[in-house]
Design a protein around this ligand. Structure first.
Ligand code: NAD
Length: 490
């Protein structure tokens, strides 16, 4: 497929201006499907981040942005229109810098996130920020109370590289809609998905200077300022559980609100009455985007009574799975994001083999350039093995046999994570009963799809804190104030 020629904005956005790094530094952006350098991005420094935080603070404290929902709605609508005009450029960016398969860009990587901005524009304008509560007596006298929701303040947003455009958009738009100002620090592997937003904001919207800052940097610790600086009121982070812990610890010093979307190790449970011929071939979807999705089900739990039948169907699906060049619309799996990630995934595969799991398909890297890993199917996996417990973030599926529904629920919940999952059954009531007992933030039954801008998304356990998207996600970015007045006695 022919993609638009890359022409990204590569400067950072600070206080309304597109700027180079304070020391002139730049860092390379590598195409993971070829290993070649695509170009460079401004390498934000500590001084740049300090200036970005100061601008966001000042604009929150001194402008009318936080008090003017109608203006915010109008600005977000302009942002939406501007993103539509730049849609093909963003498609080209995410395919090249994130290795996202082009056929997925029509969904979660580009088209859908742009549509989400229209939702945030609408919600900013129609949300009821202030409403009366029911009157109550205090020492025999009536009391009135007003419940008021106000923006939390300056939001520090930190994003990963796997669905960079979506996550950058989700964090900026929700924060702005709720009346906050923000500083976004995109992942170093995918800087342009973030920096190109700066051009749209400055050229196509009336969003005032200082309301949004975008600071790309090759240095993770530049981002850490967002979790330590007292001028930041809340940190909204998506990334690994390891980094999430660090951010939470850093944020504790100034008691910031911390919102975390972290890793996952979700399970699909195939109940014994499921339509195996329909369900089992879809197991290869674990490899979509190289398995680099936090909510992908990377453990499939299959009844021992129908295990061989299921494994055979999965094997055929894995062997026939299209993968490779992300610009080819036939491929739903491209490369891993970097050499480091490729090696990390391959080392997990070796660990799986060493611990006794049977690698039925794949297990290596294909010949040629780029950071690819073969679609890999492990069977006879014990739930306690490393590959069944830790997040691999690669095209690797673990198939685990179970004895009965209770056993399947026990194995599914035997994880430090609790992000998502799926259940397949011929009996919806039975599947619902199982779903109610799985400790995760989202679940799909028989292919039902939960992903939507108004679905609150987030995890149980070490998969995170809080919910993103929907009214619930919006309210995470608001403070709550109650104002009491004496009741009227007339
Ligand atoms: P990562 O944690 O390594 O990095 C994420 C971001 O944090 C990057 O921008 C990085 O520069 C920054 N960072 C690193 N150290 C930091 C520090 N000390 N202070 C502040 N910022 C710091 O994650 P990754 O490898 O980029 O992304 C993959 C992970 O993201 C996986 O674990 C995946 O499950 C998770 N993820 C979760 C969700 C979700 O919604 N739950 C969505 C997508 C990805």
């Amino acid at each position: 497929m022919t993609l638009e020629k890359l022409a990204p904005e590569t400067r950072n956005l600070i206080d309304g201006e597109l700027v180079q790094a304070s020391d002139g530094g730049r860092f390379e952006n590598v195409d993971p499907s070829t290993g070649e350098v695509l170009g460079t991005a401004a390498d934000g420094t500590r001084a740049d981040m300090e200036r970005a935080v100061a601008a966001a603070r000042r604009s929150f404290d001194e402008s009318t942005w936080s008090d003017d929902p109608a203006f915010r709605a109008r600005c977000l609508r302009q942002f939406y229109e501007g993103l539509l005009e730049e849609k093909e450029q963003f498609r080209s960016i995410v395919v090249h810098e994130a290795g996202a398969p082009v056929s997925l860009t029509g969904y979660m990587h580009v088209d859908e996130p742009i549509e989400m901005v229209a939702y945030w524009a609408d919600l900013a304008g129609r949300y009821e920020y202030e409403k009366p509560m029911t009157d109550v007596p205090f020492l025999g006298r009536p009391q009135r109370r007003i419940l008021r929701r106000e923006p939390v303040g300056v939001v520090g947003a930190i994003t990963p590289w796997n669905v960079p455009f979506y996550l950058d958009i989700a964090k900026i738009s929700a924060a702005l809609a709720a009346g906050n100002t923000c500083v976004l620090k995109p992942a170093p592997d995918t800087p342009w998905s973030g920096t190109h937003l700066g051009r749209v904001i400055t050229e196509k919207t009336d969003i005032p200077a200082g309301v949004v800052q975008i600071v790309a940097s090759s240095d993770h610790l530049v981002g850490e300022i967002l979790s330590t600086d007292p001028r930041i009121d809340a940190v909204s982070f998506t990334g690994s559980t390891r980094t999430g812990r660090r951010i939470m610890a850093c944020a504790a010093e100034t008691v910031k609100k911390v919102f975390l979307e972290l890793g996952g190790k979700s399970a699909t449970i195939v109940l014994d009455d499921a339509d195996f011929a329909r369900v089992c071939p879809s197991a290869s979807m674990t490899c979509v985007h190289g398995g680099q999705g936090c909510a992908i089900a990377t453990r499939w739990l299959v009844p021992r009574s129908r295990y061989d039948e299921a494994v055979e169907m999965m094997k055929v699906a894995f062997e026939g799975w299209n993968h490779g060049d992300p610009t080819n619309p036939a491929n739903l799996q491209g490369p891993q994001i970097s050499r480091v990630q490729q090696e990390r995934v391959l080392s997990y595969i070796e660990k799986g083999k060493a611990e006794g799991a049977r690698c039925l398909v794949g297990g290596g890297k294909p010949e040629g350039r780029g950071f690819f890993v073969e679609p890999t199917l492990f069977v006879d996996v014990d739930p306690k093995m490393t590959i069944a417990q830790e997040e691999i973030f690669g095209p690797v599926l673990c198939v685990i046999p179970y004895d009965d529904d209770a056993d399947a629920i026990r194995i599914a919940n035997d994880s430090p994570y609790g992000l998502s999952g799926a259940i397949h059954s011929g009996d919806e009531a039975r599947a619902l009963e199982v779903a109610r007992r799985i400790r995760t933030g989202t679940l799909s039954i028989n292919g039902g799809q939960w992903f939507h801008v108004d679905t609150p998304f987030g995890g149980y356990k070490q998969s995170g804190i809080g919910r993103e998207n929907g009214v619930m996600g919006f309210e995470e970015l608001l403070e709550t104030k109650v104002i009491a007045l004496p009741g009227r006695t007339d």
